[in-house]
Design a protein. Structure first.
Length: 321
């Protein structure tokens, strides 16, 4: 592990009223990936790479994060509450609060496979840039425009170009200001998708991409079903001998998969989930304690915590709570 002189600014957003019922109750930054909130995985990822400080920017009550984050080790965390929208650059400005560090790493919390900060740092230093922008990976070439991955590395001098008060966005305001000031902006294309998401549908897609491409098995304290398989099944899970699992599939502790159930990946079965007899689950994520009855079909769905699906039901491309 290196010891980077970098402070991370984590953009955790807030509750999203109107578009997604789950997001109106639980910030997307706290949605789980194989048993842990995505922001916890991000902070652990940063700590492993030598980042020692992070500020969480959230436009609501910070207590909602403290329960998950206050016990984390290896990285010191403070909080910035956005009483009014600040924008991505505004969050950077107010997080620094007049005490500039060596460099700043600004990123969205909602990423399943965040960039390697050491690689981004090396590219940044080699380019002698004022700002380095991470561009998301698009292996299929689906998007005509290259998407920004939601991660940036800054020199402290960048603060002089951000207005002292008010809203300021990195892409819409700060980068054009830098270009006019002849400050170098460097772009680095990621070798993998960062798995950014905003709602339950893009969350499912991000989880699927993570499982299919480079899922880190240390995300869960479970064991692979076979030495080179793509099934991670907790020793504390119950999987009937007649059930069939086609990976990549993660099954967490306490889960119970009944006789003749069929699971097609990419799928995550959360803690204490119950899947009834003869049921099919495909390309879905089931959060802890969800219960699927007998003879059900669940395809490309997100099941909320404690969700119950009665016998003989079929769900396709839905969020169920």
């Amino acid at each position: 592990m290196s010891n980077l002189n970098i402070k991370a600014i984590i953009l955790a957003g807030g509750l999203d009223f109107g578009r997604c019922r789950i997001a109106s109750r639980l910030p997307a930054a706290l949605w789980p990936i194989a048993g842990k909130p995505v922001i916890v995985r991000l902070l652990n990822h940063l700590a492993e790479q030598g980042v020692k400080q992070a500020t969480i920017c959230f436009d609501g009550d910070q207590k909602i994060f403290r329960k998950e984050l206050d016990l984390l080790e290896g990285i010191a965390i403070d909080y910035l509450t956005e009483t009014m929208p600040l924008g991505t650059a505004g969050c950077l400005r107010d997080s620094v609060n007049g005490n500039p560090e060596a460099k700043y790493y600004v990123c969205k919390a909602n990423m399943t496979s965040p960039p390697d900060v050491n690689e981004l740092y090396a590219e940044h230093c080699q380019a002698n840039a004022m700002m380095t922008v991470a561009l998301d990976h698009d292996p299929a070439g689906v998007h005509r425009a290259i998407e920004v991955a939601g991660a940036y590395l800054f020199e402290p001098d960048i603060l002089s170009l951000i207005p002292e008060t008010g809203y300021c966005d990195i892409k819409e305001k700060l980068i054009p200001t830098m270009v006019k000031a002849n400050q170098k902006v460097h772009a680095v294309k990621m070798t993998h998708s960062v798995g950014a998401f905003r709602d339950w549908s893009s969350y499912l897609d991000a989880v699927a991409d993570t499982l299919m491409n480079g899922f880190r098995h240390d995300f869960v304290k479970s064991q692979k079903d076979q030495p080179d398989s793509d099934r991670w099944i907790s020793e504390k899970a119950q999987v009937d001998s007649t059930a069939r699992l086609f990976g990549p599939v993660v099954v967490l502790e306490g889960a119970k998969i009944s006789e003749n159930a069929v699971i097609f990946g990419p799928t995550i079965i959360g803690k204490d989930v119950i899947i009834g007899r003869n049921s099919l689950v495909e390309n879905s994520v089931l959060w802890d304690r969800a219960c699927i009855g007998r003879d059900c079909e669940v395809q490309h769905c997100l099941l909320d915590y404690d969700a119950i699906l009665a016998d003989h039901k079929k769900l396709n491309n839905l969020m169920w709570h």
